[in-house]
Design a protein around this ligand. Structure first.
Ligand code: NAI
Ligand code: MG
Length: 497
């Protein structure tokens, strides 16, 4: 079966054409078992295609292809590898609209506010890392005057990458772009809910990269992700997903004594001081909470601590902003908010909303369910803002991964800071104030991997990204992350005596 690599305008036809395939050694192949599973449009409940159901036999085949390709790929000069990766970025940029439509169809994320944006960041990530080939430098070491001692950066080998469904394009790019530039080859296991768009990206990149450098498998976690981590030829694993699965992956990597980078969950705090520019802070809460992504973000600013002097005004402004957002067909350009990814996720999020109500919190429900009968089976959920919620109520403490924000009132900075740090997570945090001393103090004392003052930017190329505490191990998206996680340092001594 051939699938054209020219940009496609109809995501339904593209989903059909991509159905039932892994991509191994530069070619589309069916699962060894012949099995497939359905890919569903969460906005309608309609099956849009099938994914190949991978298992250990497919993993074996993909890893063998990646290992064979790596022997060649590591000998390609680093700048040349970078140029090829940058060329993938340029090619993907021509597919932004196509990839945006396909990811919107698969995940229910709105095209204008989320899906197209994600596709363009994907392309940018490849262009950024593609420029870093010549930064894979070693050092000279003053060990002994009669011995020339140097270090060189070598690739680790075959990288196994396991990705989730919430922002699969961006999260995949943050792994494979640096891995490839550093001379590794990769096998990606996509998320069950979002296998087709990443397969399309892999196909487009395989037109530029040598066969076997980038392989893509779809399948379920234990049956396909498990064998990938356990495979004797996989030298490194890079995982993004839940804390629970992260622990399973880390244990399996420990058994094999291979390194694992883990980007896990979050419950990120935002502290709004009484002197903050309130409108800016409100915008920060809207972007930070990812309301346009139905809150399905590990970085979501889901705990918002607001000084009592501005609390009520802040809550009202947030309510009005979210309430004005339009829920609807993800492919409609007017839609701000799409759907939750799956029925299980919808139930989980609803459970948290119920738990918050039971704990006596005030639930402010925003926006309106879409009226279009074609969307009657869609997994839509009105965003909820909780106020006056107890710090130990489940929605206030646990990662919800849904459009639910908790706003707390505080009177004293120290109290807010202590509450912000009282979490098992530590991915991101923000502080909003005009007072330089408070800002400085907070940036030093907030326990998080990414701290911002008076803004709430998302992941940016070349800013190290990753959490502390249960939010994960290791950084992504930067030059240092490429060097630390996708190379090892070899020490070489020339004895000239
Ligand atoms: P998950 O962590 O189970 O899935 C992420 C990836 O891991 C998927 O590709 C999955 O197939 C794979 N996986 C699952 N079990 C595996 C195993 N035993 N060995 C190897 N790979 C395995 O996340 P899931 O089930 O989709 O969502 C559950 C919760 O996780 C969500 O409600 C949310 O709270 C959180 N989550 C966090 C994400 C993040 O970016 N930090 C992303 C997705 C979910
Ligand atoms: Mg799971």
């Amino acid at each position: 079966m051939t699938v054209s690599t020219a940009p496609q305008s109809d995501p339904h036809a593209l989903a059909q054409a991509l159905s039932g395939h892994h991509l191994i050694d530069g070619a589309f192949v069916a699962a060894a078992s012949g099995r497939t599973f359905d890919v569903v449009n969460p906005a309608t409940g309609v099956v849009i295609g099938q994914a190949a159901e991978g298992d250990a036999a497919d993993v074996d085949r993909a890893v063998a292809a990646a290992a064979a390709a790596q022997a060649e790929w590591k000998t390609v000069p680093a700048r040349q590898r970078g140029k090829l990766v940058a060329a993938c970025g340029a090619r993907l940029a021509e597919h932004v609209d196509e990839l945006g439509r396909l990811i919107a169809l698969e995940t229910g994320k709105a095209l204008r506010t989320e899906s197209r944006v994600e596709a363009s960041v994907l392309a940018d990530m490849f262009v950024f890392f593609g420029g870093l080939g010549s930064e894979l430098k070693g050092e000279t070491v003053p060990f002994n005057p009669s011995m020339m001692t140097v270090t060189v950066r070598e690739p680790v080998g075959v990288v196994g990458a396991i990705i989730p469904w919430n922002v699969p394009l961006l999260l995949m790019a943050m792994k494979i772009a640096p891995a490839l530039v550093a001379g590794n080859t990769v096998v990606v296991k996509s998320a069950e809910e979002a296998p087709l768009t990443v397969l399309r990206v892999c196909q487009i990149m395989n037109e530029i990269l040598p066969a076997g450098c980038f392989n893509m498998l779809s399948g379920f976690g234990p049956e396909c992700g498990g064998p990938l981590v356990a495979h004797p030829k996989v030298a490194k694993v890079s995982f993004t997903g839940s804390v629970e699965t992260g622990r399973i992956v880390a244990r399996a990597a420990a058994d094999r004594l291979i390194p694992a980078t883990l980007e896990l969950g979050g419950k990120s705090p935002m502290i709004v001081m009484g002197d903050a520019d309130l409108d800016r802070a409100v915008e920060g809460a809207i972007t930070g909470m990812r309301f346009t992504r139905q809150g399905q973000s590990c970085t979501a600013s889901s705990r918002i601590y607001v000084h009592e002097s501005v609390h009520d005004a802040f809550v009202e402004k947030v309510r009005a902003r979210v309430d004005a957002m339009k829920m609807g067909d993800p492919l409609d350009e007017e839609t701000d908010i799409g759907t939750i990814i799956s029925p299980q996720q919808l139930e989980k999020v609803k459970g948290y909303i119920e738990a918050g109500r039971k704990a006596g919190a005030t639930a402010i429900t925003c926006s309106r369910m879409p009226k279009d009968p074609a969307l009657s089976k869609g997994l839509f959920l009105q965003p909820v803002v909780f106020t006056d919620i107890a710090a130990d109520a489940p929605p206030a403490k646990e990662e919800i991964f849904g459009p639910v924000a908790c706003i707390f009132r505080f009177s004293d900075y120290e109290e807010a800071l202590a509450a912000a740090n009282d979490s098992e997570y530590g991915l991101a945090a923000t502080i909003w104030t005009k007072d330089l001393r408070t800002a400085m103090d907070a940036t030093q004392r907030l326990e998080a991997g990414f701290v911002q003052v008076n803004q709430n930017l998302v992941v940016q190329p070349n800013l190290s990204y990753g959490g502390v505490k249960s939010s994960g191990l290791g950084k992504e998206a930067s030059l240092e992350s490429m060097l630390e996680h996708f190379t090892h340092k070899k020490t070489i001594i020339f004895n000239m005596t």
